[in-house]
Design a protein around this ligand. Structure first.
Ligand SMILES: *Cc1c(COP(=O)(O)O)cnc(C)c1O
Length: 360
């Protein structure tokens, strides 16, 4: 059996220990004689698992008690619609700060349900290198919320600070939740689908302040209502039980490793190693202004697209996989979420140095 270093933007690597536990428990979970896949989402055993998963999130992320944690199906993209449907019931205005592909898609979806203000001028070129200062933003003061994407997964661009606005902040943290310490109390709603830092595809975590949950817009499907998911404790329909179980194992794993301080330490070491390699070479370039560089998705270019294609092929032969940049952006992208070990980034850096010498 071999295990590669998988630099995919998502689904991403999982900690090997988590996969081993899942393997060992596959046929008989916790003495039940069944797989987690086979147990009822309404059983006491699953209720315990769900409660424990919530508590792990609360402890790791320091989530205050006036925030609900919902486990929802449909992935992050479903939240693009759920957020305006639920938060714009009585006031249809919203601010959207577009800094890359994911926030642009969220804005387009919100435009179907509400009256959206573009906080930043529409970019002719979506590949912005930095985010304009807040003094230059066009904010609608009457809007119900302010939406942004702290980490733009395709571009490898991140906000260095949390925006300071007068309305509730809504953040798509799909590619950065659990990667750094955050002050949850600064936010109205945070969400992340699981397949990047939290587990496997199939479940999305929504962390929402109590007072923002109310009856959604009239035509909203009941499956899209935060109120229904709060009232049913995320068991409104058959929940994605196995995806929640895998998330539970991932959270337990990180807690045992030392929680957020340990995660942050690893992530800083990994990104420093990789960006230093890029900055110390004339062969690799990263377009993002240093203060706005992502810690999770490191994008870079080689001198030509032909060399980039060769780079990806040669890296794959060394078991360094999925390094092609998104087709909208091009170039190379190394996604280094929590489960990517420092040894994986070191292997990539060794390969990069070798490749640069051979092709300069
Ligand atoms: C991956 C990603 C998404 C899409 O997630 P799905 O679960 O596939 O819908 C949305 N936003 C960001 C920031 C992402 O990285």
């Amino acid at each position: 059996m071999k295990r590669v270093y998988n630099f995919s933007p998502g689904p991403a690597m999982l900690p090997t220990a988590v996969l081993e536990t899942a393997q060992a428990q596959m046929l008989d979970w916790d003495g039940s004689g069944m797989s987690v896949m086979e147990i009822s989402h309404r059983s006491e055993a699953f209720a315990d698992l769900l409660a424990q998963t919530k508590q792990l999130l609360r402890d790791l992320l320091n989530i205050p008690s006036n925030y609900q944690i919902l486990f929802m199906p449909g992935g992050a993209k479903t939240q693009f619609a759920m957020i305006p449907m639920n938060l714009l019931a009585d006031n249809t205005q919203a601010n959207y700060c577009v800094t890359g592909t994911w926030s642009e898609l969220a804005l387009r979806e919100a435009e179907r349900y509400g009256d959206v203000t573009r906080v930043l001028p529409a970019q002719a070129n979506p590949d912005i290198a930095s985010i304009p200062a807040q003094s230059e933003w066009n904010i609608n003061p009457d809007a119900k919320y302010f939406y942004y994407t702290p980490n733009e997964t395709l571009q490898g661009l991140a906000f260095p600070n949390i925006p300071d606005v007068s309305m509730p902040l809504v953040a798509d943290m799909t590619s950065c939740l659990l990667s750094q310490e955050i002050d949850i109390s600064r936010f109205g709603l945070i969400y992340a689908s699981a397949q990047k830092n939290l587990g496997q595809a199939g479940v999305t975590v929504v962390i929402v302040r109590d007072d923002l949950i109310s009856a959604p817009q009239t035509c909203t499907p009941s499956m899209f209502s935060y109120e229904n998911f709060r009232d049913s404790d995320s068991l409104y329909n058959t929940s994605p039980t196995y995806a929640i179980y895998i998330m539970n194992l991932v959270l337990q794993h990180w807690q045992a490793q030392g929680g957020m301080p340990e995660i942050v330490k690893n992530n800083v070491a990994k990104k420093t190693l990789l960006y230093d390699c890029i900055d110390n070479s004339d062969f690799y370039t990263n377009k993002i202004t240093p203060a706005f560089r992502s810690s999770m998705n490191v994008t870079f270019n080689l001198p030509t697209p032909e060399l980039e294609a060769l780079f990806v092929d040669e890296a794959a032969k060394q078991d360094l996989l999925n390094l092609t940049g998104h087709k909208k952006v091009g170039g190379i992208r190394a996604s280094i979420y929590n489960a990517m070990p420092l040894a994986g980034v070191q292997a990539l850096v060794n390969f990069m140095q070798h490749f640069a010498v051979e092709h300069t």
